[in-house]
Ligand binder design. Sequence first.
Ligand code: ADP
Length: 447
Amino acid sequence: MFQKILIANRGEIALRVLRACKELGIQTVVVHSTADADAMHVRLADESVCIGPPPSRDSYLNIHQIVAACEITGADAVHPGYGFLSENAKFADILAAHNITFIGPSGDHIRIMGDKIEAKRTAKRLGIPVVPGSDGAVTEEKEARRIAAEIGYPVIIKASAGGGGRGMKVALTEADLEIALQTARTEAGAAFGDDAVYIEKYLEKPRHIEVQVFGDGFGQGVHFGERDCSLQRRHQKVWEEAPSPALNAEERARIGGICAKAIADLGYSGAGTIEFLYENGEFYFIEMNTRLQVEHPVTEAITGIDLVHEQIRVASGGGLSVRQEDIKFNGHAIECRINAEDPRTFTPSPGTITHFHTPGGLGIRVDSGVYSGYKIPPYYDSLIGKLIVHGRNRVECMMRLRRALDEFVVDGIKTTLPLFRDLVGNADIANGDYDIHWLEKYLAKGE
Ligand code: ADP
């Protein structure tokens, strides 16, 4: 087992990882920018190293500074959290070259899944169902027309190097294709420095369902069930739940089994998430994230397993603490992402939190790094905390969520809490009856 882990992240996830390290009796080092000197994880860590000024590129993305911090403090492993360097293959390779363990998969696996065309090809080869579409990059309009006609309109043009929902264009009919192809390529080139695009069938009313997987480092793969993250705004997840209200036990076991086998065949090590669009009973792979997800706590709530403990165990060569048959699903969990944003316009609302009071009681978990008097810096994303609620079934979970949202107090800044108070009383949400477009339509109506 590791002696000392360096946490290369900030905010709630840095604290989340720190808690797991403490439980395992591992020393902790955190790195932080000058803007985060007063952060909770900095106060609670055994050691901290300031690695630069506020902009992420000069601090949380500065590989040289982070490696230097490992060497100065004698850390033998790095946990990257999510975002920042968590899916940076070069970072994983550089750490390996310095004999420091990256708590995550190999640089090669990160690289494959970071290229969307390569990821899709790999998924297909491993027996994972994919969205019908081009077999690789498409440059010629004639070829695009042929493929689109074959799979049928509407189609979506996506950037190979894409991320964050950028570089995607829908063509409803053949008349839209030329312009969609051109704009997607121009946008992809400008945003990612790579104008390679590919074509997929556009699914009109899918849900976003993702499967949590783990490779144990010895060629075994397991799955921890699915999460439904269909409630999104601008492709950003807002509310996540496990299990999905749309799946039955048989579908869960089938897609979970396919994913676990794929992970084993790939020889993957550590945590991963295989993301699908789900429509009319079919799953369509869209991408794989090679890291811990923001929404991992809903899976922890229904399985009772600490996924960060498992990541650390696997990275240290100790394998997983559970086999597939030990993973049981118990009840229902929902996570609300609480952002420091105006609940109507979603403009960021940095500033000082004058009062912060979190709900409690059975089945309630709050993952947050903020406190009363904390000043939210304007440089980073606006997530200030996650409320995770667990109940024996979805109805109990929703009742408890409503009560917990009523207790939650954040004064001094605007937050998205009022949005969740509205959602929890909505009939479609109560029925689990929503797809990936539901939230945007609801917000557009201004209800
Ligand atoms: P990114 O990496 O940019 O987030 P994804 O491939 O994960 O891109 O897609 C992001 C979102 O775009 C999906 O969650 C979904 O809402 C939408 N999307 C992607 N592909 C399709 C498709 N074939 N049909 C319909 N919607 C899609």
